[in-house]
Design a protein around this ligand. Sequence first.
Ligand code: AMP
Ligand code: GLY
Length: 426
Amino acid sequence: MKVLVVGGGGREHAICWTLKKSSKVTELYCAPGNGGIAEIATCVPIKATDIDAMADYAKENNFDLVFVAPDDPLALGLVDKLEEKGVRAFGPRANAAIIEASKAFSKSLMKKYNIPTAKYETFDNKDDALKYLETQPMPIVIKADGLALGKGVIIAQTLEDAKAAVISMMEDKAFGSAGNTVVIEECMVGPELTLLAFADGNIAVPMISSRDHKRAYDNDEGLNTGGMGAVTPGADLSDEDMASIQNKIVKPTIEALKAEGRPFKGVIYFGLMLTKEGAKVVEYNARFGDPETQAILPLLETDFMDIIDACIDGTLADIEIKWKKKCSTVVVMASGGYPASYAKGYEITGIDTCGKLVFQAGTALTEDGKLVTSGGRVLVVYDEGDTLDEAIDGAYEGVKKISFKDAHYRTDIGRTVGKFGKEYHA
Ligand code: AMP
Ligand code: GLY
């Protein structure tokens, strides 16, 4: 099969790497790709959000499958466009991808179908939002409705901060039109867990759980980022806990979307918080997570393309998805300054000799063939082991052998995960 992957981050590198192992994939392309992906796939310089050019390119070049990985092209309707042209595509259509693109939509879906989540109200009028805040306990969470690169969420400790957040989103347009509508919700407490699931429109089959580390610095300090590292499993949960998440959250969500005429095919991301009252949904995403994917996919034993085909054809119930019984860790190496401003163009050394699997994100090849930094999150180093500690130690061994100017990474990825099960009372 001739396959095109849309996107160009570390997640897409892991997706390409996993597709490359499939016996069914004979030709692999990625648009736009990055310096690491270029080693295993042909990179095509089309922006992921240029959905007309992407769909035309896929049609004209007779791709057998287009795998749409990032949120923006999904929300813009790239899958719909490909299907209109008769090109087979993996990912939800825009009317299902809305569970990520509109928090107001996803919150109302959860309310209607009794899916556990934080209590909330939605506002499209600033004064009403400010008045409502006066009546609420602090801390409180303010979210811009639309896509805001994971940055449109503010946890306000005081009424003053909460009001400032509403004004910056609704009046100053800090997140552009994403903040025309805001969701104000109760602040939940507990460890977070990522659960990704393959979905075929009718059912969803969870992958192994994982845990992201969103803050820039150790001990969960500093700004929110796209994610500074991930481990799997993401919590020490019993089979009973997982069954409860499946029955109260995963299954009802897929069934709700189907009932609403928005069948979800692709990968659905459940961002969960393990509260004292049980697991609750923090957010849905309509795609693989980054960097969770880089920690999860290397453990997949089943042919990835068999799963993709089953999602598209609605036959997930007929296949068995197998995982290596190992723990894994990825540590992100970022450009100093990320997620605020940072320099680019620094040479990266040590990837080939570090002895670990490395997925690249913000990297580019110069004309004379040097690998240089070109983004905030530059790469992740992966390792696996029989215990989480082994996987963590292995990933950090690799990190220490890779260098570029002003590299920044957290030193505590995964170190608190072992405690999770004990804190959680489902
Ligand atoms: P989101 O973009 O909705 O995933 O939010 C980003 C991060 O903000 C989450 O990963 C949580 O750490 C935090 N967060 C979002 N909503 C809540 C909430 N209701 N209570 C506590 N923390 C939250
Ligand atoms: N790692 C968080 C996300 O992909 O949204």
